[in-house]
Design a protein around this ligand. Structure first.
Ligand code: SF4
Ligand code: SF4
Ligand code: SF4
Ligand code: FES
Length: 616
C-alpha cells in the first residue's frame, strides 16, 4: 500500500477547507478536522472538554458553496468543500457579535476580564469598534451571594459553557438556562442566589466562561492573564493531587486554574482553587521567643535546649508538607526520642497492615486490589461508596463519582450520617448499626451468589448485591477507621475481582513511610510543624500545645497556635515549597516552587536540619 493510500485508509475522509486538502476521520466535526490541520475557525461557545451546542454561530462555515453550517456541530463528509474566511461569513459573525454586545452591558474598560476576554478578542478580530444595534442596558444586579464566585450576567453571552461545565465536568448540574426568549439567562437551581444553591464553589464554570460574566472576587482586577507567568505545581490540600496552574504577576498570585489538558478537564475544588488564595492570616517571616523577635540562630538554640532537656517530646507535622520535609523531620525527632503524630498516618498504617494480611491470606497482590487511576471509577459498572465524606475531603473524586452516576454506572452509597451523594445514588443505605455489621451483610449476601438473594434480610443489601455485577469499584471514605470494615471491603474486592480506592483523611500518602506513634500523655515539650495548617489540623495542635509546658511552633502564618507558642519559627507557604507528594493512586507528584520564599529561610528543612544537632 502506498503511503498516500495508507494515510487515506486511516483517516477515512478527505475534504477541502479554504482551498487546502484536509484528511479527517469519520465522525469528526469540521472544526476538529480544521484544528488538526492547523486551520483556525473562530469560536466562542465551543470548548474542547465540553459537548458542542452550536449556540454562538461564530464558527459558521460555507459548505459546498450552497449552505452555511456551524463547524462545531457539523460532521465531516468525504468531498466537502468548506469556506471559512469569506466576507459574507464575517458579515454574519459581525452581526452576531453586535447583537451580543447590545444585549447586555459590555463596558470592557470596567470589566475584570478586559484584555483576557474571548468576546472582546472576537470583536477586535472581526474589525468592529462599535455596535450598530441599539444597546439595551438591562442592568442586571450581580449575584455576589457566593464568597468565591460572582455572577455578573450583564456580561453573559448565553454561550452555555458554564452550564455544560457544571454538568459534564463537575457532575453537579447547578446551572441552567432560566426564563424565556430575550429574558433568557443563567440561573442556579430553581433560580436561587448562587450562594444558596447546590453550587460547591469549585469555580470550574469561572475558568470556562469566555467573558467577565463569572469571575472570582479573589482574582478580580489583580492582573491580566496575558501579563502573568504560569507555574505548575501539585495541590497539597487532599490526596487527589490535582495539578495547579498558578498565575503570578509582580511576585503575587493572581489566580489558580486547573490544567484543561489534564484528565480532570481543568477541574479543581474550592480548596485548591480558592481557599489557598483566601488565607489572609498575617505571614510569619521572623522567629520569636517569648513574644520577642530574635535571630534565627538564637531561636533554634532555645528550641534545641528545650527539646534536649524535656521530659518527653510530642511532635505534630502537617501532612500538607512534601515527603522530603516529613522524612527530615522524622530523622531529627528521633534524636530527641519524640513521639510523632501526622494526620492520615494512622489510617495509612492500618491499611498497609490489612493489605499485608490479605495478601498472605488470599494470595492476592496488593497492587491488584487498588485502582490503577482515580479515573478508573468512571469506567465502573457499579460504584460502592462507603462514607460519603469524600464530598468534603476529596471533592474532585466526588465529581468523578457524580459523573459516573449521571451516566451508566450504578451508585450505591453507604453512610452513617448525612448521605452527601444521595441525590445521585441508585441505592442509599443509611447505617444505624456499626459499619462492620452492614459490610459483613453485604459481603455475606454477595458471596452467597444471586440465588441466595431472595432470602436476604435487608432489602437494601440485596439491592447492593444485585448491582455488584460486572466491574465494581469500592471507594472507602475518610471516616472508615476500623480494621474489620477494611478487611471486609478489601476482601470483598479480592473475592469479586474488583478494586478499591481508599481515600483516607490524609493528604500526602508518603506519610505511610514515616514512622509515627501514640503521643505521650505528659510530654513536657510540644514541637508543632504547623506550616499553613488551618481548621481541624490547627485545632488539634492547639490541643497538644495546651498540654505542654514549652511549645515550639514552626508555622507560615499567625494563628491562635502561634499566640500561645513559646518559640515561633518561620515556615514556607504552599507556593514556596519544593519536593514530592504521593497521591491517592500512589503516584509521586512534584511540588514545585511558584514564588521565591519571602522570609529569611529558603526551606523548612534548613531549620529541621539545624535542630537535628542536639544541644550539648
Ligand atoms: S462553581 Fe462549580 S458547582 Fe458551582 S456552579 Fe460553577 S461549576 Fe457548578
Ligand atoms: S455566564 Fe459565561 S459561560 Fe455562562 S453562558 Fe454566560 S458567558 Fe457563557
Ligand atoms: S480535589 Fe484535592 S487536590 Fe484537587 S484541587 Fe481540591 S483539594 Fe486540591
Ligand atoms: S463555536 Fe460553533 S456555534 Fe459557537
Amino acid at each position: 500500500m502506498s503511503k498516500a493510500t495508507q494515510s487515506e485508509a486511516e483517516t477515512g475522509v478527505t475534504l477541502e477547507i479554504d482551498g487546502r486538502e484536509v484528511q479527517a476521520r469519520d465522525g469528526q466535526t469540521i472544526l476538529e478536522a480544521a484544528r488538526e490541520a492547523g486551520i483556525d475557525i473562530p469560536t466562542l461557545c465551543e470548548h474542547a472538554n465540553l459537548s458542542n451546542v452550536g449556540a454562538c454561530r461564530m464558527c459558521l462555515v460555507e459548505v459546498d458553496g450552497e449552505r452555511n453550517e456551524t463547524a462545531c456541530t457539523t460532521a465531516v463528509q468525504d468531498g466537502m468543500d468548506i469556506s471559512v474566511d469569506t466576507d459574507e461569513l464575517w458579515n454574519h459573525r459581525r452581526t452576531m457579535l453586535e447583537m451580543m454586545f447590545a444585549d447586555q452591558n459590555h463596558y470592557c474598560m470596567y470589566c475584570e476580564m478586559e484584555g483576557d476576554c474571548e468576546l472582546e478578542d472576537m470583536f477586535n478580530r472581526a474589525g468592529l469598534d462599535s455596535s450598530r444595534v441599539p444597546l439595551e442596558y438591562p442592568d442586571i444586579e450581580p449575584d455576589t451571594s457566593n464568597e468565591y464566585v460572582t455572577m455578573d450576567l450583564d456580561r453573559c453571552i448565553g454561550c452555555g459553557r458554564c452550564i455544560r461545565t457544571c454538568d459534564e465536568i463537575v457532575g453537579n448540574g447547578t446551572l441552567n438556562f432560566g426564563n424565556r426568549g430575550r429574558e433568557t439567562t443563567i440561573v442556579a437551581d430553581d433560580d436561587v442566589p448562587l450562594g444558596e444553591s447546590s453550587c460547591i464553589s469549585c469555580g470550574s464554570c469561572v475558568q470556562a466562561c469566555p467573558t467577565g460574566a463569572l469571575y472570582s472576587p479573589l482574582s478580580a482586577y489583580k492582573g491580566r492573564e496575558r501579563d502573568c507567568e504560569v507555574e505548575t505545581t501539585t495541590c497539597s490540600e487532599c490526596s487527589v493531587g490535582c495539578e495547579l496552574e498558578v498565575f503570578t504577576n509582580s511576585g503575587r498570585i493572581v489566580k489558580i486554574e486547573g490544567n484543561e489538558d489534564g484528565p480532570a478537564g481543568g477541574q479543581l475544588c474550592e480548596m485548591g482553587r480558592f481557599e489557598l488564595l483566601a488565607d489572609g492570616r498575617e505571614r510569619i517571616t521572623e522567629p520569636r521567643v517569648d513574644g520577642e523577635t530574635v535571630d534565627l540562630a538564637d531561636a533554634i538554640d532555645r528550641a534545641r535546649t528545650a527539646l534536649t532537656e524535656a521530659n518527653g517530646v510530642n511532635a505534630f507535622a502537617s501532612d500538607r508538607l512534601p515527603r522530603e520535609t516529613l522524612e527530615a523531620l522524622s530523622e531529627t525527632l528521633s534524636e530527641y526520642d519524640a513521639s510523632v503524630e501526622i494526620p492520615g498516618a494512622e489510617r495509612a498504617a492500618l491499611e498497609s497492615d490489612v493489605l499485608a494480611a490479605l495478601e498472605a491470606e488470599l494470595d492476592v497482590e496488593t497492587a491488584d486490589l487498588l485502582v490503577d487511576s482515580l479515573h478508573d471509577i468512571e469506567d465502573s459498572d457499579t460504584l460502592v461508596v462507603y462514607d460519603t465524606g469524600i464530598v468534603e475531603t476529596h471533592p474532585v473524586v466526588a465529581s468523578y463519582v457524580r459523573r459516573a452516576a449521571n451516566g451508566e454506572t450504578t451508585l450505591v452509597t453507604i453512610d452513617d450520617g448525612t448521605d452527601r451523594l444521595e441525590r445521585f445514588a441508585d441505592h442509599s443505605i443509611e447505617l444505624d448499626a456499626p459499619t462492620a455489621t452492614v459490610t459483613e451483610q453485604v459481603t455475606d449476601v454477595f458471596e452467597a451468589g444471586t440465588e441466595a438473594l431472595a432470602d436476604a434480610a435487608i432489602e437494601d443489601v440485596v439491592d447492593v448485591s444485585l448491582e455488584l455485577s460486572g466491574d465494581a469499584t469500592f471507594v472507602l471514605g475518610p471516616d472508615v477507621d476500623d480494621a474489620e470494615t477494611m478487611v471486609d471491603v478489601f476482601g470483598l474486592a479480592a473475592t469479586s475481582d474488583n478494586d478499591v480506592l481508599s481515600l483516607g483523611p490524609g493528604r500526602n500518602r508518603a506519610v505511610a513511610d514515616v514512622p509515627t506513634d501514640d503521643l505521650e500523655a505528659d510530654a513536657e515539650v510540644a514541637y508543632l510543624l504547623a506550616a499553613d495548617d488551618r481548621g481541624e489540623d490547627l485545632d488539634r495542635q492547639i490541643e497538644l500545645a495546651r498540654g505542654a509546658e514549652t511549645v515550639i511552633v514552626q508555622a507560615t502564618r499567625e494563628s491562635a497556635l502561634t499566640e500561645i507558642a513559646d518559640i515561633v519559627l518561620p515556615a514556607l507557604d504552599w507556593f514556596e515549597r519544593e519536593g514530592t507528594t504521593v497521591d491517592a493512586d500512589d503516584d509521586q507528584r512534584a511540588v514545585e516552587r511558584v514564588l521565591d520564599p519571602r522570609g529569611e529561610i529558603d526551606s523548612d528543612r534548613e531549620i529541621i536540619a539545624e535542630l537535628q544537632e542536639v544541644a550539648a
